[in-house]
Design a binder for this molecule. Structure first.
Ligand code: ADP
Ligand code: MG
Length: 600
C-alpha cells in the first residue's frame, strides 16, 4: 500500500478540470460567464480550429487589479463570494473560483487586463502553461477590461485531447454556447470570428423589435415568425420570453432555451411543465421551441448543484412547476385566429416575403394574438347580420370592405374545395381551412369543457384492485387523496406499503388501471403533480372527437362553413387540430399580388 500524500496543485487542478473543461465549448462558456460577471457590454471572441488551437475572449468589463492577476489563475480564488451566506443567494454566474485554474492547467493560458479603477494606463498580463503555475507579471497594452487567451487545449493531457471531435463539431458546440449566452443578455454586444471569418455580430438589443431580431439571428427566422411573446407574473415569479406556435414544432428538443435568473439550465421540472402545457396541442413526439426567462428570488433556487452549473434546484419545485404550466397553458389557449396586417406591422416581412413566394406560399399565420374578447363581440354582430343563408353572403362581403372593425378574423366562406377545404376571404386575403381538422379541435375542446363543468363521472370497481407499492408511494397516495378523487381516481392506503384502487374515472374504464395508478403515483412523487389522468382522458376525448367530426367529402353549405369559421374564432387552440397540425393557413393580398407579379 502506498502512503497517503497531498496532491500537488497542478494535479488537483487537472482533476478539477475534468469536471469543468470537457471541450473548447466549455472553456468558452466559463470565459463568457466571467466577462458577463465583470459587467462587460461588449465581448469579442476569436476562435481558431474549432477552439482546439485558440479561444480568445476580450471584454470591456471591470477588469482585474494588477495584484490579483496571478491569484485569478489559482484554484478557489474568486471575487464573487466570500462568506457562507453568499452561497445562499448567488447573483453571479460564477462563484466556484475554479475555471481559470482548471483551464490553465490543461492549456497555454494568458490573462491580460486593465482594471477600471487602475491609475496607470497600461495593462498587465500573466501566463499559465500547464505545469508552470507560477505566473510572472508583465506589462502589456490593454484597454479597460480583460482578455483571456487559451491556446492548445489539452496539449499536456493527450488522453483527453483524443476525445475532441472534428473542428466542425467542436465549433458547432462553441456556437451553441455563444447562442445560449447571447440570448441571456440582450444588452451585450457579442462578436465572434472563426478562423478569421466573422460568424456573429450581435448588436445590443434594447427594444422589443431588436430583441426579436436577435432571436431571429440566433434561433432562425422561422422561430421568430412562428412564436408569441409571453409575460406572466405570479407569487414572486416572473416568466417572460417567446414560445413557438404549436404548428411550428420540431422533431428534436434542440430549440429550447430556459434561463433561471439569467443562467441557462436544463431542468426536469421545467421541461416537464412545458411539455405538459403543450401536450394538448402538439403532435405526438414533436417538441416545442422556446426561449424563456424565469426570474425569482435567488434565495429560492440553489445553483450550487453541479460543477458546470447546468442544473439548479428549486426550493419549491411544485410552485415553479405549477406556475410554468399554468402560464404557458394559458398563453397557448389564447392563441386564436386574428389576422393582422402582418406586412405592415412585421418589419421583417419585407425580407421574408420573397422567400415565401418562391416555395411554401401558404404558411400558418404568424401573428396570432389573444382575441377572447373580440370573439365575444363577434357573436353579437352575427345576430344583426344573420348568416343563415347564402343570400346573406354578399351583404357580409360588403361589411368586410366597409372598414368594419368587427369583420371576423377568418372572414367569410366563399367555397368548398374538393370536399376537404373551406376557402374564405377576409379583409386581407385568402384563408384556407382544413374542415375536418378544425371541426375535430372544436369538438374536442367542447368535450373537455363538458367534462370540466359536469365534474367527473366516477365508476366504482366491482372488485377493488390491491397494489403493493413503496412506502413513499403509499404516503403520496394518502396525501393526494382528495385531489386524485377530484379527477375520479380513488386510492386508499390500506397498509404501510399497500393501496387499493376503489374508483376510476368512468371514461377510463377500459384502461390498464394498475399501470395508470402506478404512473400517476410516480409522477406525483417526482413532480408533485400528475397529468396522466387528464392525459388519458384527453386521449380518449380526442379519439371520440375525431370520430364525431365532419369527415372529408361532406358537402357543407355556405352558412355551415361560416358557422365553423365563427366557432374556430371562439375556440381555444383552434389553430391546430388535436394532432398539432394546423387547421388553417392564410395568404395576404400582398402576397398573392407578388405571386402574380402585380404592381411591379
Ligand atoms: P469564478 O468565476 O468562479 O469566480 P474563475 O476562475 O472563473 O472563478 O475566475 C476567477 C476570478 O477572476 C473571478 O472571480 C474574477 O474576479 C476574475 N476574472 C476572471 N475573468 C474575468 C474577466 N473577464 N473580467 C474581470 N475579472 C475576471
Ligand atoms: Mg468563472
Amino acid at each position: 500500500m502506498n502512503r497517503i500524500n497531498r496532491l500537488n496543485p497542478r494535479l488537483a487542478n487537472q482533476i478539477a478540470a475534468g469536471e469543468v473543461v470537457e471541450r473548447p465549448a466549455s472553456v468558452l462558456k466559463e470565459l463568457l460567464e466571467n466577462s458577463l460577471d465583470a459587467g462587460a457590454l461588449r465581448v469579442d471572441i476569436d476562435v481558431e480550429q474549432g477552439g482546439k488551437k485558440l479561444l480568445r475572449v476580450r471584454d470591456d468589463g471591470s477588469g482585474i487589479h494588477r495584484d490579483d492577476l496571478a491569484l485569478a489563475l489559482s484554484r478557489h480564488a474568486t471575487s464573487k463570494i466570500s462568506r457562507p451566506e453568499d452561497l445562499e443567494a448567488i447573483a453571479s454566474l460564477g462563484f466556484r473560483g475554479e475555471a481559470l485554474a482548471s483551464i490553465g492547467s490543461v492549456s497555454r493560458l494568458e490573462l491580460s487586463s486593465r482594471a477600471a479603477d487602475a491609475s496607470s494606463d497600461t495593462g498587465w498580463a500573466v501566463r499559465a502553461e500547464g505545469r508552470q503555475m507560477e505566473a510572472a507579471l508583465e506589462p502589456c497594452q490593454h484597454g479597460v477590461g480583460a482578455t483571456v487567451e487559451v491556446r492548445d487545449l489539452f496539449f499536456n493531457t493527450p488522453a483527453r485531447k483524443k476525445f475532441l471531435k472534428t473542428e466542425r463539431t467542436e465549433f458547432g458546440r462553441i456556437d451553441d454556447v455563444l447562442k445560449r449566452l447571447a440570448l441571456s443578455r440582450f444588452d451585450v454586444q457579442f462578436n465572434m470570428r472563426h478562423n478569421q471569418r466573422t460568424v456573429h455580430e450581435l448588436r445590443p438589443a434594447a427594444t422589443e423589435l431588436e430583441q426579436r431580431r436577435r432571436i431571429g439571428l440566433v434561433c432562425g427566422p422561422a422561430f421568430q415568425e412562428n412564436s408569441v411573446q409571453v409575460d406572466q407574473r405570479a407569487a414572486g415569479l416572473h416568466l417572460r420570453g417567446w414560445i413557438s406556435l404549436p404548428a411550428f414544432s420540431r422533431s428534436q428538443a434542440d430549440l429550447q432555451y430556459f434561463y433561471v435568473n439569467g443562467r441557462i439550465v436544463r431542468d426536469k421540472i421545467v421541461s416537464h411543465a412545458v411539455r405538459q402545457a403543450y401536450q394538448d396541442v402538439l403532435y405526438h413526439g414533436r417538441h416545442p421551441a422556446y426561449v424563456l426567462f424565469l426570474e425569482l428570488d435567488p434565495a429560492a433556487v440553489d445553483v450550487n448543484v453541479h460543477p458546470t452549473k447546468h442544473e439548479v434546484r428549486f426550493r419549491d419545485s411544485r410552485l415553479v412547476h405549477d406556475f410554468l404550466f399554468r402560464s404557458l397553458h394559458r398563453e397557448l389557449a389564447d392563441i386564436k385566429p386574428e389576422v393582422q396586417a402582418a406586412d405592415q406591422t412585421n418589419p421583417d416581412a419585407a425580407q421574408t416575403a420573397p422567400e415565401r413566394a418562391n416555395g411554401q406560399n401558404f404558411l400558418p399565420l404568424r401573428d396570432f394574438r389573444p382575441v377572447r374578447e373580440a370573439g365575444a363581440e363577434y357573436r353579437g354582430s352575427m345576430q344583426s347580420a344573420p348568416a343563415g343563408s347564402t343570400q346573406g353572403a354578399p351583404e357580409q362581403y360588403a361589411r368586410l370592405f366597409s372598414g368594419d372593425e368587427e369583420a371576423p378574423p377568418l372572414g367569410y366562406a366563399i367555397a368548398q374545395l374538393h370536399g376537404v377545404y373551406i376557402l374564405a376571404q377576409n379583409k386581407d386575403g385568402l384563408i384556407i381551412v382544413d374542415m375536418h381538422a378544425a371541426h375535430e379541435r372544436i369538438t374536442y375542446e367542447r368535450f373537455k369543457q363538458a367534462l370540466r363543468e359536469e365534474r367527473l363521472k366516477r365508476q366504482t370497481l366491482l372488485v377493488p384492485l390491491s397494489l403493493a407499492v413503496s412506502e413513499a408511494e403509499a404516503e403520496c397516495a394518502e396525501t393526494h387523496r382528495d385531489s386524485l378523487l377530484a379527477f375520479g381516481l380513488e386510492l386508499e392506503r390500506v397498509a404501510a406499503e399497500a393501496i387499493v384502487v376503489r374508483q376510476i374515472p368512468a371514461l377510463l374504464k377500459d384502461a390498464d388501471i394498475e399501470q395508470l395508478a402506478r404512473d400517476v403515483l410516480s409522477d406525483l412523487l417526482e413532480f408533485g403533480a400528475s397529468d396522466r389522468l387528464e392525459n388519458r382522458q384527453n386521449e380518449l376525448l380526442s379519439t371520440m372527437a375525431c370520430h364525431g367530426s365532419v369527415r372529408a367529402n361532406r358537402r357543407l353549405g355556405i352558412d355551415e362553413m361560416n358557422a365553423l369559421l365563427r366557432d374556430m374564432e371562439d375556440t381555444e387552440r383552434s389553430g391546430q387540430c388535436n394532432h398539432g397540425r394546423p387547421t388553417w393557413v392564410w395568404q395576404s393580398m400582398t402576397e398573392l399580388d407578388k405571386l402574380f407579379l402585380r404592381g411591379r
